[in-house]
Design a protein around this ligand. Sequence first.
Ligand SMILES: [Zn+2]
Length: 264
Amino acid sequence: MTRRMKAHVRHFLLLPFILLLGGCYSVPVTGRTALNLVSDKEVTKMSIAAFNDMKGHFPISRDQERIDQLRRVGERLERVIPWWDMPDADWEFVVFDVPQEINAFAMAGGKVGIFTGLFKVVQNDDQLASVLAHEIAHVTAKHVQERLSREMAKETFGVVIAPVTLVQQATGATKSDLTFDRDKEREADHIGMIYMAEAGFNPQEAIKVLERLEEVTGGQTVQQAFLSNHPSTPERIQNLTDELPKAMIAYEQSKHQAAPTIIK
Ligand SMILES: [Zn+2]
């Protein structure tokens, strides 16, 4: 059998596997259709294991004020995430005592962590909510699954299954990993801003926290910062400013949600 034939057989054998797991999903808030070839359950299982590893690896903060703040903000965000966007969620919020790390993360299964360095940037609950909501948005938009699916598609078919723009068709260029990352960051910013607004946090603070980050990091893209692989801060601020009117509507609506419905 030639190498080419072997490769063909390999693809043929893999095909049912992919078709079995394969499917499209609609990204929350943006409605973008994306491909998912991996099992959500597996991703959740791996995420829980990784989170438990982190809890063994990094010191856990005993600063009750910070722990309470994270829980207070996290629990409000948790309530606006539909269960189907965070399946099998057993929400957990942990403050890691690592002052040099300006960072936060969220994982499938509702696992959320922040590093104490983040408090150099974040000044209030709304700003913390904006960072957490961005991280949670990466999970509900299944960006990890999409990246893995993209790798699998490249391996199996030798093509990138991703939206191809007219410019890319004309030039024959495919989306670079960097572009992929930046698109996902932009999407997480957009979704996160809506989540925080729905949870009753002021979305204007999402812009302020980025300005704070610029101040603290001296305008540099710091590797450690939760910005790594993100578009430049001025670009993010511009994108968020564009989305702000919609987020403000969601914010105003969130204030009236607890009010009784008036039936005329
Ligand atoms: Zn991000």
